[in-house]
Ligand binder design. Structure first.
Ligand SMILES: Nc1nc2c(ncn2[C@@H]2O[C@H](COP(=O)(O)OP(=O)(O)O)[C@@H](O)[C@H]2O)c(=O)[nH]1
Ligand SMILES: [Mg+2]
Ligand SMILES: [Zn+2]
Length: 308
């Protein structure tokens, strides 16, 4: 049977892109229960398929098909809804997340970046940081940007600085997508749609999602992700709900373990359960004071800790 990727789906109708031919099929699920490969239970899921799912399907008539099985998911990008009570998967099988932010308009926000990084780490999805609009960087702030880039590289995250408007640095970014499913996440106005349009002009205005236009006019519904195959290779995912980049941690005391910058340092705190806030003989605070842990990262840590 042909295998394809679910580009998007709503109300049990899924658009599946054939992995071999690239042709799109409008599909429904065959029967009442979908076979979930590699999972013993066939529970009646309310949303058994999300964007990014790999499926087996059979063509019924021209351009239509029936989905018979879902391949095992590599990972799930989830968010919390209804005040944190419900966990909802919005996209599956991401190879990486590009956290997209901008120098200015809107002004760079390291707290946002750090929240996204932590969430991606928790979901076990590799993260790449991409900072757009470097054309808006005043020359005298060049060093600040270099410092910021060095901070994130040092703790293990690749960083790209680009100007989508001026085409700077885009070649390397384009390469990142090849052979992958990559989600771009960023605040409104940072240039996500502009980037996607540059990568593939067919997606003139990705901001206005297919789904919202066609099926949910006026409805309060932005929870669907959508996968776009790129002409230059790979897939880009428009994942809504940036604000809900949830911190999937049970309590504030768990946050510190997701700061790789604290590795090898936290062991030297006097207390094994040190939260690095006001404890005596805290090696992390000491490292922040000495500049071995970046102040911006520590500030994000305190804010996340407080927010939980
Ligand atoms: N100066 C500058 N403006 C940009 C750049 N990239 C995008 N923009 C502008 O930023 C605004 C928001 O871009 P858009 O792609 O809609 O952002 P999105 O909300 O993240 O999808 C638009 O006016 C773009 O023209 C850039 O590299 N430099
Ligand atoms: Mg947009
Ligand atoms: Zn400490």
């Amino acid at each position: 049977l042909p295998v394809g990727i679910v580009l998007w789906g709503v109300r049990s109708i899924y658009t599946v892109s054939d992995s071999t031919t690239g042709d799109n099929y409008t599909c429904t699920i065959k029967g009442k229960i979908l076979e979930l490969e590699g999972e013993d239970n066939n529970q009646n899921l309310t949303t058994p398929l999300v964007a990014g799912d790999m499926v087996e399907f059979s063509e019924t008539d021209h351009g239509h098909g029936l989905i018979t099985a879902r391949k095992k998911r590599k990972n799930e990008f989830k968010r919390l809804k209804q005040a944190g009570r419900v966990v909802q998967t919005i996209v599956a099988n991401l190879d990486q997340i590009i956290i997209f932010d901008s120098i200015d308009q809107p002004r760079l926000n390291t707290y946002f970046i750090d929240r996204c990084i932590l969430t991606a780490d928790l979901l076990d999805i590799p993260v790449i940081l991409c900072i757009n609009k470097i054309d808006l960087l005043p020359e005298e702030n060049r060093e600040d940007l270099d410092h910021l880039v060095a901070v994130y590289k040092r703790i293990g995250y690749p960083v790209y600085t680009v100007s989508v408007a001026e085409g700077e640095g885009l070649e390397q970014v384009q390469k990142l997508f090849k052979g992958t499913i990559t989600s771009i996440n960023g605040r409104s106005g940072v240039g996500k749609s502009s980037l996607i349009r540059t990568l593939d002009p067919r997606y003139g205005d990705i901001a206005v999602s297919h789904i919202n236009r066609k099926y949910n006019k006026g409805r309060h519904c932005t929870t669907y992700a959508q996968v776009y195959p790129l002409q230059s290779g790979g897939h880009v995912v428009d994942t809504p709900g940036v604000k809900e980049f949830a911190l999937f941690v049970d309590g504030p005391e768990q946050v510190e373990r997701y700061f790789p910058d604290f590795n090898n340092i936290r062991d030297n705190c006097r207390f094994p359960n040190c939260q690095h806030i006001n404890e005596p003989d805290c090696a992390v605070i000491d490292a922040v004071e000495k500049g071995n842990i970046a102040a911006i990262r520590y500030e994000s840590y305190l804010r996340m800790h407080e927010s939980l």
